[in-house]
Write a protein that binds this ligand. Structure first.
Ligand code: IMP
Length: 179
């Protein structure tokens, strides 16, 4: 897989160190609350597994699977829920765990959807964020791993055509792979 990357942005060690910092902040902020982590399938599986295991406080976990309508390349912001949570979020402290925020449209739709179900609070934890999301400000990511360039990246749960999710670091996919 390494040969398909034009560069490595973050090694496994760098990501794990940052994840531990995020988990420590989450531990502090939710010390006296019961937090419900909601992972967005499939990309957030690695982030969810690592953040939750680096936490020292109790948490519950649930999952949603969503798909964006649109061309497949650009996010349309209209999201279809393929799998909903099993848990009710009413009066719960919800922390959405996502792999990457590109435009932020997917997450902003999801936040609005979950907010309408009356949680006690709702925040976002994401591994990576692209400049587009910073500019558009559709959502605020309280617990962010890293800001990255707008290139197409793979690894740490992020795929290209279903592959590369099991790459432990994060890298820019060499355009030769998809051109
Ligand atoms: P947004 O609605 O534009 O923020 O799109 C977010 C979703 O697009 C993420 O959950 C990913 O599934 C996907 N995505 C965005 N950028 C990348 C990338 O560089 N590599 C792989 N998937 C990406």
């Amino acid at each position: 897989m390494r040969g398909d990357l034009s560069s490595v942005l973050f090694t496994e060690q760098e990501i794990q160190a940052r994840v531990r910092e995020l988990a420590a902040r989450i531990d502090q902020d939710y010390a006296d609350k019961s937090v419900l982590l909601v992972g967005i399938l499939n990309g957030a599986v690695m982030m969810m597994a690592d953040v939750s295991r680096a936490m020292r406080i109790h948490c519950e976990m649930d999952w949603m699977a969503i798909s964006s309508y649109g061309s497949g390349v650009a996010s349309s912001g209209v999201v279809r829920i393929l799998k909903d949570m099993n848990t009710s979020v009413v009066d719960r402290h919800v922390l959405i765990v996502e792999d990457i925020v590109d435009t932020g449209l997917t997450l902003s739709y999801l936040v609005e959807n979950l907010r309408s179900r009356n949680p006690a609070s709702i925040e976002i934890c994401a591994g990576f964020r692209k400049p587009e999301a910073v500019a558009a400000r559709h959502v605020e990511v309280k617990y962010l791993g890293f800001d990255i360039p707008s290139d197409f990246v793979v690894g740490y749960g992020l795929d290209y055509a279903g592959r590369y999710r099991n790459l432990t670091g994060l890298g820019i996919l060499d355009p030769k792979v998809y051109s």
